[in-house]
Ligand binder design. Structure first.
Ligand code: XMP
Length: 317
């Protein structure tokens, strides 16, 4: 019978046999899959696992520091890389969503390749691929899709010439969570909502500037903290704030202002393929709206997205 403990035991034994004294590099995203893969590999080969966590400047507020901290607490051998400016430079002036995704994927590969180079004699690339990714690689739109398309053009980055080790590639998401729990991984990491690889770049319509990112981070943090304190975070499949570069009128005393809109999105879903908007309580929405408008400079209006997928995708880009 499959149990998390039996899976962990057989996987660690198999990883030790397969990897011996070899070194592995693995990119952590802060998400469930890469975290569980990293902890399994760490238990199997210890310091021979070299983890890399990139700050692309498109993460949630304080996420980089918090996630890096909790990985360090887990004892992982991890290197954090602040690459914010490289991503902002690559994104400057881009408005097309697919061009934005491509630019982010490209810079991610460059940054990761540089970091992987610093690990002497590395032989393997560790990945948190799970079974649905294997059978449905079509639905993967993140950096991994960009990585795959590089296969066809030759000139692979060095890290891609590594052999690949994917300890979770037979598991479904709920099994990964159970394994993570049995490995004592921080419940805050295991219970996190899905978050797209391109991050806040696809939650800011149009071009990206560090100023817009900072505004969205503040609004999004108010939103997510309220979902947590109201006790609904775990009932929502995915939630996030979206920055709409649409100016509307506000009044401040005798003055009229023209400022941007924040849209709140929250959905229920099983796998992200279809989704229904969440019927969040009005009093909660009212509190979030007030807090955002009173505290986030540059925002004078908050709206709630009541569209389901299909046709409205979860992200706005
Ligand atoms: P959509 O917007 O297509 O999103 O309804 C479905 C799920 O996929 C995530 N998503 C992405 N994940 N790179 C990713 O890694 C991407 O480019 C990307 N676009 C969408 C989205 O957050 C949702 O969970």
């Amino acid at each position: 019978d499959w149990t998390p403990d039996s899976f962990i035991e057989t996987t660690i034994t198999a990883l030790r046999q397969k990897l011996g004294d070899d070194k592995v590099v693995l990119g952590l995203s802060g998400g469930v899959d890469s975290s569980v893969a990293a902890v399994l590999l760490h238990q199997a080969i210890g310091k021979n696992l070299h983890c890399i966590f990139v700050d692309n400047g498109l993460l949630r507020k304080d996420e980089y520091e918090q996630v890096l901290d909790s990985y360090k607490h887990m004892g992982l051998n991890i290197k954090g890389i602040d690459a914010k400016q490289r991503f902002y430079d690559a994104l400057a002036g881009l408005t097309d969503p697919e061009k934005k995704r491509k630019a982010i994927g490209r810079v991610f590969i460059e940054v990761f390749d540089d970091a992987a180079h610093e690990v002497q004699d590395v032989k393997w690339l560790g990945q948190g691929t799970i079974y649905p990714d294997v059978i449905e690689s079509v639905s993967v739109k993140g950096p991994s899709a960009t990585i795959k398309s590089h296969h066809n053009v030759g000139g692979l980055p060095d890290f891609m010439k590594l052999k690949v080790v994917e300890p979770l590639n037979t598991l479904f998401k709920d099994e990964v969570r159970r394994v993570g729990k049995a490995l004592n991984i921080d419940p805050n990491i295991l219970g996190r909502h899905p978050f797209p690889g391109p991050g806040l770049a696809i939650r800011i319509l149009g071009d990206i500037t560090p100023e817009k990112v900072a505004i969205l981070q503040e609004a999004d943090a108010i939103y997510i903290n309220n979902l947590r304190s109201y006790g609904v975070y775990d009932k929502v499949w995915q939630a996030g704030a979206i920055f709409l570069p649409v100016q509307s009128v506000g009044v401040m005393g005798d003055e009229r202002t023209y400022e941007n809109v924040i849209c709140l999105r929250a959905v229920e879903s099983l796998d992200g393929m279809t989704a229904d908007w969440c019927h969040l309580p009005y009093d909660l929405l009212a509190k979030i709206s007030n807090e955002i408008i009173n505290n986030v400079k540059g925002i004078n209006r908050v709206v709630y997205d009541i569209s389901s997928k299909p046709p409205a995708t979860i992200e706005w880009e």
